[in-house]
Design a protein. Structure first.
Length: 95
């Protein structure tokens, strides 16, 4: 991110903040963001198909945005949203 400098001698702390979680059967969808002490770096969306044993990122991170809401309509359709807009919608073929 522009304006953020890190070195081995002076690393910057980066935090993972998880804001929402929803479960539908064996699927778990978790949303949040990566941020420094002063700025949101990007959204994070994590999906597990096996009750949390393994995880994947089903969507690319969106720079400068955070996700704070997730919902499954049913086992085949899920949504994730942030403060700016709905950022992710998927049907079974996407995940």
């Amino acid at each position: 991110m522009a304006g953020m400098a890190c070195t081995e001698d002076q690393p910057r702390a980066i935090y993972l903040e998880l804001s929402a979680v929803v479960r539908e059967g064996t699927k778990i969808l978790v949303a949040g963001d990566l941020h420094s002490g002063s700025a949101t770096l990007g959204s994070v969306l994590l999906l597990s198909d096996d009750s949390g044993a393994t995880w994947k990122e089903p969507a690319a991170r969106i720079r400068g945005n955070a996700l704070d809401q997730v919902q499954f309509y049913n086992a085949q359709t899920g949504w994730a949203a942030g403060k700016r807009s709905i950022l992710w919608h998927a049907t079974r073929s996407s995940f």
